[in-house]
Write a protein that binds this ligand. Structure first.
Ligand code: 13P
Ligand code: SF4
Length: 335
């Protein structure tokens, strides 16, 4: 069943206000340089580390101690050793994962409105209800949750997965019937990589779900030799046009290692910004799609987060422990 985008960009604009869209001029960069120096100094004073997702703004990359995809960020959060504070420049579910692995540290997110349309599409109550409906039909049913969900949904899951290991986790788990939540597109993609039966939830990422095959074909037809890299949150008719289907960090590695020099990056545009910064000798064409949630995080907001030690992520202990079990299972099955 094809579902419309979970929320339209226009509705989100109404909900979150106008996007703080930066134009990078010499003046704005000078202003950033001052704030970057302030953030770095305060980070030392607070004994803080900043973890940032690949979709963040370029000025956030400048203050981050680590930049990565969801899997790398979860793994890195698990290994934090001497910091007292973790500032998470990404979306809420990612910061929750950092808290899951760091119950005794302060985990902060600079803006609590940084949600995710996928995480909002499934609640623990709805998932428990669906599991009860399906269990009489499939007694061996297991739940695999894409990490783009809340900690209480993770706590109900048998294992988590990310875009970099979803098929591996599904194939490794001891069941032939998998209730896969919440991304319908990733579920469809995983179904092409497994003989198991995937029962999917009907959530989607409003950013990737709005990308159409027509847009891809239009760019492809004008640029010979273009290599198309797509994120598995895209619709299947878009994935059918891709040369490779990859997580955001896997796209980084592919673009660096490939002999090709022209790429269409079919995902949120922050990743193209990172590619342009780190691989300046190659050409990157963007999908021109921004995640409003990811872009709620600004450099000024990050500075305020460190100054006022806000906004703190808190999780009830039973939810934290349940989510930790499902995340650890992912790390074990994916190893
Ligand atoms: P990655 O784990 O591939 O970075 O994806 C996270 C995400 O939110 C994609 O929209
Ligand atoms: Fe969620 Fe999509 Fe934004 Fe990723 S890009 S955080 S999946 S809304």
């Amino acid at each position: 069943m094809e579902v419309p985008a979970s929320i339209s960009a226009a509705d989100l604009e109404r909900k979150l206000g106008p996007l703080d869209r930066e134009t990078y001029t010499a003046q704005s960069c000078e202003r950033f340089a001052d704030t970057i120096a302030e953030v770095r100094a305060l980070k030392r004073e607070r004994r803080a580390v900043i973890l940032a997702h690949n979709y963040q703004r370029p000025e956030i990359f400048e203050v981050a101690d680590f930049i990565g995809d969801s899997f790398e960020l979860a793994s890195r959060a698990r290994e934090v050793k001497d910091a007292e504070v973790i500032v998470f420049c990404g979306v809420h579910f990612m910061a929750e994962t950092a808290k899951v692995f760091n119950p005794d540290r302060k985990v902060l997110i600079p803006d609590l409105r940084a949600g995710c349309s996928l995480a909002e599409s499934v609640t623990a109550e709805a998932l428990a209800e669906r599991r009860e409906e399906l269990l009489p039909l499939y007694p061996d049913l297991k739940i695999v949750s894409y990490v783009n969900c809340t900690a209480d949904v993770k706590a109900l899951s048998d294992a988590c997965c990310t875009s970099s290991n979803a098929a591996k986790i599904v194939n490794a788990i001891d069941s032939e019937h998998i209730l896969f939540v919440p991304d319908q597109n990733l579920a469809n993609y995983v179904q092409t990589q497994t003989a198991k039966q995937i029962i999917s939830w009907d959530g989607n990422c409003y950013v990737h779900h709005q990308i159409t095959p027509e847009e891809i074909n239009k760019v492809k037809s004008g640029i010979p030799g273009l290599v198309v890299l797509a994120h598995p949150e895209c619709r299947k008719d878009v994935l059918a046009l891709a040369d490779a289907v990859l997580s955001t960090s896997a796209m980084m590695r592919y673009a660096k290692e490939s002999p090709a020099d022209k790429f269409l990056i079919v995902t949120e545009c922050g990743l193209s910004d990172r590619l342009m910064l780190e691989v300046p000798e190659k050409h990157f064409y963007k999908a021109c799609k921004l995640c409003r949630y990811m872009k709620m995080i600004t450099l000024d907001g990050t500075l305020d987060s460190l100054k006022h030690l806000r906004y703190e992520i808190e999780l009830p202990e039973e939810v934290r422990a349940g989510a930790k079990r499902a995340l650890e299972r992912m790390l074990e099955l994916g190893a």
